[in-house]
Design a protein around this ligand. Structure first.
Ligand code: AMP
Length: 179
């Protein structure tokens, strides 16, 4: 099993619902297990026009190799009506492989760590929320890149899911807030 981190975003249609449904869809795959999910964030589009995005990050354990995981992400994107009319077009769903184990991959169709993740608050903030100690292979602690993206607007709209991953804090309300 390999631990991978997926960045999920949407800014077209009912983006918030799509994100929620996409995480459920991923969790139903027999080839991966969603072990942690970040809070839901609303973020300003970066290098793109259109409405604000909704973003989250999930940590998964998967039996798939990197390319098969990419193919799965693209199938899920397609399932939710993803089209690619032009680069950085608004999207019903975008799923990026941010990290795949502790390996670096540099191939035509797959680059991991994701080449733009260190410059994007919508990837870094949810990653560091789930794992403050996370190290990006070849680059160092993810938290070290946060200062450089501090000017990018990102707002938490739904708190960290407490039903997966770390034990809930003592003051966490019971169930019902995780989707
Ligand atoms: P996007 O428009 O962000 O969905 O980009 C999709 C394209 O990026 C596809 O052609 C992928 O093959 C390529 N790609 C390269 N590295 C990655 C990655 N780490 N995660 C997702 N897509 C990737």
């Amino acid at each position: 099993m390999t631990v991978a981190w997926l960045g999920i975003g949407a800014n077209l249609g009912d983006a918030r619902q799509t994100l929620k449904d996409a995480v459920v869809c991923l969790a139903q795959q027999h080839t991966l297990t969603v072990v942690a999910k970040s809070s839901l964030y609303r973020t300003a589009p970066i290098d793109a026009g259109g409405d604000d995005y909704y973003n989250c990050v999930v940590k998964v354990e998967t039996s798939l190799d990197g390319h098969a995981l990419l193919a799965l992400c693209q199938r899920v994107e397609h399932h939710f009506g993803r089209e690619r009319p032009f680069r950085n077009a608004p999207r019903t769903l975008d799923i990026d492989i941010l990290l795949y184990g502790n390996v670096s991959i540099d191939e035509t169709d797959l680059v991991v760590p994701h080449p733009r993740m260190t410059g994007r608050a919508f990837a870094l903030v949810p990653l560091v929320e789930i794992d403050p100690e996370l190290v990006i292979p070849g680059l160092g602690p993810a938290s070290a890149f946060l200062a450089a993206v501090a000017d990018q607007r990102i707002e938490k709209v739904k708190p960290l899911c407490q039903c997966m991953g770390a034990a809930p804090a003592p003051d966490t309300p019971p169930a019902g807030n995780c989707r």
